[in-house]
Design a protein around this ligand. Structure first.
Ligand code: MRU
Length: 343
């Protein structure tokens, strides 16, 4: 069994990003070295590295990798191209463009590659701190629970360590309190079954994987006392984009009078957007739905729609668990008060 929080999806070593290729888990634990900006973008786009904070960290290092061999007058133009190249890999999680832009700003100011690397290292280290703070702020909310339900993977694998939705669970574990976690399998890419169940098992936390369609019964039977999920982008009114299926879960939680918490660092809030309708939603290849386990499961000729995220209206969210504390409604006011763009 791993120590609490030792599962890490990525780290910096020998002038390259090392990632655990999440497409291969849980069958294979394989580390890949990403030594250039092209392979960083490809890893983000194909979900070899995934989860909003983790793709932000990868993107931040990607800016350095895209700039490290450059000298001369082309600096500003190249910096803009690298930023656009990386930030366009996935549109929904604002953490990606947030982290890339933060490194780019340092680049514009310093025109120095070492400063780019230092900025990326700072974002990586900072994320670890933010996740632990989310854990500490969230733990009291879940302390009285025996079990919780989560969707997708908003754990260590989606961040630097501990995660967002799973951080309070790790925080409680570090105090000797073990919660049982129900994990939605999370179609069509199975982040709940493959990743959440894997990392919780590594940490010795009991986990039960359910079909997404069993969530309603789990809630009705009172098997869990709270739902806790992560986020990819939160508008200033609290509307929240997260993995497809989150919205349905929030509606179910409301129907069954079960609290629905969204856990995220300040960098997932996009205060430039007034509401969720403005959040760009990634649509992924139909292939992800058409084939399962190497078999075609959708007949030729049938249309397929594969949105990767949905937006949960703020009214369904009991509270946000952030590194700045727990944010209760009313949201536009409370979010504006607690979330500031700078750390
Ligand atoms: O498509 P993914 O696997 O990157 O989607 C991830 C999620 O929706 C997570 O809930 C979110 O990014 C938070 S990760 C701490």
């Amino acid at each position: 069994m791993a120590d609490i929080g030792t599962v890490r999806p990525l780290w910096w070593e020998d002038d390259a990003i090392c990632i655990v290729d999440q497409r291969l888990l849980p069958e294979h634990y394989r580390v890949r070295r990403l030594g250039d900006v092209e392979s960083v973008r490809e890893a983000i786009a194909t979900l070899a590295v995934r989860g909003a904070p983790a793709i932000g960290i990868a993107g931040a290092f990607g800016v350095y990798l895209g700039m490290r061999s450059l000298e001369g007058d082309d600096w500003d133009r190249r910096l803009g191209e690298v930023a656009e190249f990386l930030a366009s890999a996935r549109p929904t999680a604002v953490n990606l463009s947030w982290a890339v832009n933060r490194v780019v700003e340092v680049g514009r100011r310093t025109r120095n590659t070492q400063a780019l690397l230092d900025a990326a290292l700072t974002i990586w280290e900072e994320d670890r701190r933010l996740c632990h703070r989310i854990g500490e702020f969230g733990a009291p909310l879940l302390e009285a629970c025996t079990a919780v339900l989560t969707h997708c993977n908003a754990g260590a694998l989606g961040t630097s360590e501990w995660g967002t939705a799973l951080a309070p669970i790790y925080a409680l574990q570090s105090r000797g309190k073990i919660l049982h976690v129900y994990a939605d399998e999370t179609r069509p890419l199975w982040q709940g079954a493959r990743l959440t169940a894997w990392e919780l098992s590594q940490a010795g936390i009991p986990v039960t994987v359910i079909p997404d369609s069993a969530a309603a019964v789990v809630l009705r039977q009172g098997r869990v006392q709270a739902v806790v999920v992560g986020a990819d982008r939160i508008a200033s009114n609290g509307d929240t984009a997260n993995k497809i299926g989150t919205y349905g879960l929030a509606v179910l939680a409301r129907h069954h009078h079960i609290p629905f918490y969204v856990a995220a660092p300040f960098s997932t809030f996009d205060l430039s957007l007034s509401c969720g309708a403005e959040i760009p939603i990634e649509e992924r290849s139909p292939e992800e739905l058409v084939f399962a386990g190497g078999r075609r499961i959708v007949p030729e000729g049938a249309a397929v729609w594969n949105p990767a995220f949905d937006v949960t209206p703020a009214e369904y969210i009991t509270a946000f668990i952030t590194d700045r504390g727990v944010i209760p409604p009313p949201y536009p006011e409370q979010i504006a008060k607690r979330i500031r763009p700078e750390i």
